[in-house]
Ligand binder design. Structure first.
Ligand code: ZN
Length: 562
């Protein structure tokens, strides 16, 4: 049962139309409906209704669209899941400062870009400022900083067209600032250096009992803090004095600094004492002037701790706006898993399609405009979203409508069509006629995909744009024969369409890397030789691909989608 009402479809169509010069886009509307709970299996059933409604909306005047949207917007916002962006609380035009804080453990993937794009849109909306802060204090043994990630993140942000403020900020450059605030807090008794065993401390915290380190006077705390810089890893931590009887045991006296001997990719072994993310942000959101923070719903605790720290200094708190988790149906993303496979050589690199990194999407021919529209279609919401990747492809396909079309035959099998005239076929690169044509000289020998050959039955077939022929066989043991019928398309023949190439040595070896890492091999037409790396084209009856690598004897494409 589909739980999507016509009103809902109409609201999304109106919303999208008003944003795009009066014309709603089916992919964007679908993306919005997925966020409303539309199931992939329902698409077939609901698509005629959606098409009808979009057509209806697109035929309205823009003023009527706006008027109807205003009337229906209540319905959407009531559900707190409306497409597009809600106003930020207490945001003043020109005064909004937001920040994004990638942890450099790998490239940004499709899941990470949601926050990036939402931040970018908000800053644009309020004419504010967006900071990029590499959250690279030290990480942990499970979550290590990957030196290459810095550049990959920066490249992805630039490619996506995220408009950020001048220079990227590195937490690892700011350790001495955190130390200074820590010392001030130690002297005033807000922090203490704890040398208790972790297990024991956990037990004490759960019982609401303070450890003996907590009550030592500030002078001793300062001495212990100085000792910490030469102490053994794990022997001491700095804790924030909260309330040992707080209703949430996890909030009680959390760790603010720890010792690590892991060399840092940027600062090496210069520092050994590192702040927690909570501590650094408690300080930095004040120093950097953040006014609004978009964060995941699992960050309520961080917000509370950071606000507690700012409370000590009497600083104002930024507004935190929470977003549910975002996942893509059928796509498993594991940064640490990908890192291992890249290092072992199983993946071709950080752009391997199986990483779902921004680089991988770019190299497959997914346009940044499609990614942005896909993300915005999902909107802001506290509940978790799982969107099918197909809705991204729908948006991308729309952008690639005018891509030139070429012939490619997967695992080619040669057939000979008897009685076939030698032809010179002039075939346009695109049915719109704007991209010119190329000529094929054909004989009686053609290449067709092995898959199609294996499924052939007795009956009529058409080589796309070229000719009709008959496929025949007397019995299963005798070889299949093919005979020419005619050139012009003929509905009476009830032909099945086949992709083909003339069987000539001019064809080029082509490999296509699929999103699952599989490589499909075949032959492509000679005209492909003129393409430049980065060109996005369509292989007819196969799908959209981007030229990844050109070798003397071979072209390597990466597959975008059908
Ligand atoms: Zn202690």
């Amino acid at each position: 049962m589909i739980n999507i009402s016509k009103d809902m479809i109409k609201s999304y169509a109106l919303e999208n139309a008003t944003k795009h010069d009066g014309k709603a886009n089916q992919g964007a509307v679908l993306a919005g409906l997925f966020a409303e709970g539309l199931e992939k299996s329902d698409i077939k059933e609901i698509i005629p209704t959606i098409k009808k409604i979009i057509q209806e909306v697109n035929n309205m005047s823009k003023s009527k669209q706006r008027k109807l949207l205003e009337e229906s917007a209540f319905e959407i916002s009531k559900r707190e899941i409306r497409e597009g962006l809600k106003e930020l609380p207490n945001a003043k035009m020109g005064k909004v400062v937001m920040r994004m804080a990638p942890f450099p453990s790998g490239p940004l993937h499709i899941g990470n870009v949601r926050t990036m794009i939402l931040n970018d849109e908000y800053v644009e909306m309020y004419k504010g400022k967006l900071l990029i802060v590499m959250d690279d204090t030290i990480g942990s043994d499970e979550k290590r900083i990957e030196p290459e990630a810095y550049k990959l993140i920066e490249d992805a942000v630039r490619w996506l067209g995220i408009n950020f403020d001048k220079k990227i900020i590195y937490k690892s450059d700011r350790l001495e600032k955190y130390y200074a605030y820590a010392e001030e807090m130690l002297k005033k008794g807000y922090l203490y250096v704890c040398s208790c065993d972790r297990e024991i401390m956990h037990d004490l915290k759960s019982k609401g009992i303070a450890c003996s380190c907590r009550i030592l006077p500030p002078e001793i705390q300062m001495e212990r803090w100085k000792k910490m810089f030469n102490a053994k890893v794990g022997s001491m931590v700095v804790r924030l004095k909260t309330d040992m009887l707080d209703s949430d045991p996890a909030f009680r006296d959390r760790v603010m600094f720890k010792i690590s001997d892991n060399p840092h990719p940027r600062t090496g072994t210069k520092f050994r004492v590192y702040p927690s993310m909570e501590f650094s942000w408690g300080i930095d959101d004040h120093l950097l002037g953040s006014t609004h923070i978009l964060r995941g719903v699992d960050h309520y605790m961080s917000t509370r701790v950071q606000n507690f720290i700012r409370g000590i200094f009497g600083w104002e708190n930024p507004e935190s706006i929470y977003n549910g988790h975002f996942a893509i149906e059928g796509v498993k993303i594991s940064k640490s898993g990908a890192t291992k496979k890249i290092k072992s050589g199983e993946y071709v690199g950080w752009n391997d399609p199986r990483t779902w990194s921004v680089q991988s999407l770019r190299d497959r021919g997914i346009k940044k405009e499609a990614i942005r529209e896909f993300i915005l279609g999902l909107g802001m919401r506290k509940t978790n979203i799982t969107a099918p990747v197909e809705s991204l492809y729908i948006l991308n396909r729309k952008l690639l409508e005018d891509a030139p079309r070429y012939f490619f035959v997967e695992s080619p099998t040669k057939i000979t069509i008897s009685g076939c005239p030698y032809l010179i076929a002039e075939i346009p690169f695109h049915p719109n006629g704007k991209l010119g044509t190329r000529k094929y000289e054909t004989t009686q020998e053609f290449l067709i995909p092995k898959k199609d050959f294996d499924l052939m039955e007795n009956g009529n077939y058409r080589l796309m744009h070229l000719l009709n022929f008959k496929s025949d066989t007397i019995n299963i043991m005798s070889p299949r024969t093919f005979s020419f019928i005619s050139e012009e398309p003929d509905n009476n023949l009830k032909t099945k369409f086949l992709q083909w190439l003339p069987a000539t040595p001019d064809n080029i070896d082509v490999e296509v890397m699929m999103p699952d890492g599989n490589i499909i091999k075949g032959k492509g037409e000679f005209a492909l030789a003129e393409l430049k790396v980065g060109s996005i084209i369509q292989f007819e009856r196969f799908g959209f691909v981007r030229l990844h690598k050109k070798e003397k004897e071979k072209l390597e494409f990466w597959f975008a989608h059908r």
